[in-house]
Design a protein around this ligand. Structure first.
Ligand code: ADP
Ligand code: MG
Length: 243
């Protein structure tokens, strides 16, 4: 149950530990709170555990110990059969797009609704509107195989939005696109946030983060070491492969 103190929170981490294979401790006492409408860049060097932290939020993993609360549900004692309902409120954008090549852009975006068994008449207009919003009205019938990296990422973004999620998790969404397209994708995410959706964007590109002046959650040595505005002295790029 949600306590009064954090009833406003949509994500709460309290002393969260995550260990892979019983030996690899990736999170070692992570604490933070995310409230409706928040935008956060999740930063930290490659291997710091950014993707792992996002996976905890959308319940792809459970914490080893500690409390992860998402929309008021404690993941440690949440029955597995209730997890799909929780995941429906979260839109995920992966670095590597994860689109299906045998489907058109329209069908890829519509897929989450099709899987839920929703009547196509109720979401057709939404799918077209979303593809127009990301600038792909002219690519509706194109399969991913003929789309550029930036176009694919925008299809993936539209797909993440089709179920009208309360929270968007984007994992290095600009990692596989050129800088101009990366900026465009970030502008779309910021616009979405202005419309009220809470967003976490994992990235190790501090140049991008600094330019956009949003609050950061910095992950280091398995803990959140900073939660707030980015300090001026931070280097432009996190060291690659550092732990
Ligand atoms: N499923 C897994 N099983 C075992 N180790 C993993 C798994 N996923 C990630 N790791 C390890 O956990 C650490 C953190 O990974 P990750 O969360 O992907 O970091 P980041 O996204 O910040 O680069 C890395 O050392 C990685 O090799
Ligand atoms: Mg990652």
């Amino acid at each position: 149950m949600v306590t009064d103190q954090n009833s406003q929170a949509i994500v709460t981490f309290e002393d969260v530990h995550l260990t892979y294979d019983g030996v690899r401790e990736v999170l070692r006492g992570t604490d933070f709170t995310l409230r409706p409408g928040d935008f956060r860049f999740l930063t930290g060097p490659s291997g710091a555990g950014k993707t792992s932290l996002l996976k905890l939020i959308y319940a792809a993993h459970r914490p080893t110990t500690g409390r992860v609360e998402v929309f008021g549900n404690d993941l440690l004692d949440m029955p597995s059969e209730e997890m799909p309902k929780l995941r429906r409120r979260i839109g995920v954008v992966f670095q590597e797009f994860r689109l299906l090549d045998h489907l058109t852009a329209f069908e890829n975006v519509a897929l989450p609704m099709r899987v839920l068994g929703v009547n196509p008449n109720s979401y057709r207009d939404d799918v077209i509107e979303l593809l127009s919003w990301v600038g792909l009205a002219h690519r509706i019938d194109a399969p991913p195989t003929v789309l550029s990296g930036g176009e694919k990422q925008r299809v993936a973004l539209a797909r993440a939005l089709v179920s009208k999620p309360d929270l968007i998790l984007a994992d290095e969404p600009t990692g596989n696109v050129d800088p101009v397209m990366g900026e465009k994708i970030m502008r779309l995410l910021l616009e979405l946030n202005r419309l009220g959706t809470a967003i976490i964007v994992a990235t190790h590109d501090l140049g991008l983060v600094r330019g956009l002046k949003q609050n950061i959650l910095r992950l280091k040595d398995g803990k959140v070491t900073l939660h707030g505005p980015i300090p001026d002295e931070t280097p432009a790029r996190e060291p690659e492969g550092a732990q």
